[in-house]
Design a protein around this ligand. Structure first.
Ligand code: AMP
Ligand code: ZN
Length: 113
């Protein structure tokens, strides 16, 4: 557990981010190194390090993150054309920030995040 990670600081508004969506449980903000025309990160406010350490107690939070992806799809106008939602897990899964997050990517170059 680390309440002091970069994403914990962003969800508490202690570090800057271009926030596009927030509710009681989740914050979504632009990735600082976008890999597609639209690239946002969907981050639960509660620190969960990775999918590999998630438990059944995280079920609602993780389900909510997916529904926020759906909301972002609608808000960005990509609901029909489609978008990609991905979750990197662990060193060989490409995870760099150990506070669980979904990548939401969309647009012409939206391939792998
Ligand atoms: P991952 O490889 O899945 O852990 O992805 C971490 C993502 O977080 C990368 O795409 C980074 O560009 C992004 N990132 C890291 N620090 C920040 C930050 N302070 N604000 C926005 N995005 C960030
Ligand atoms: Zn954190």
């Amino acid at each position: 557990m680390s309440g002091d990670c970069i994403f914990c600081r962003i969800v508490r508004h202690e570090s800057p981010a271009d926030i596009e969506y927030e509710d009681d449980e989740v914050v979504a903000f632009k990735d600082i190194y976008p890999k597609a025309p639209v690239h946002m990160l969907i981050v639960p406010r509660r620190h969960i390090a990775s999918l590999a350490t998630a438990t059944p107690a995280d079920r609602e939070t993780l389900g909510h993150c997916l529904l926020v992806a759906r909301t972002l799809g609608e808000r960005t106008g990509y609901a029909e054309r489609g978008y990609r939602v991905s979750l990197n897990t662990g060193p060989e899964g490409g995870q760099v920030v150990y506070h669980i997050h979904l990548h939401f990517t969309a647009g012409r170059r939206a391939a792998r995040a």
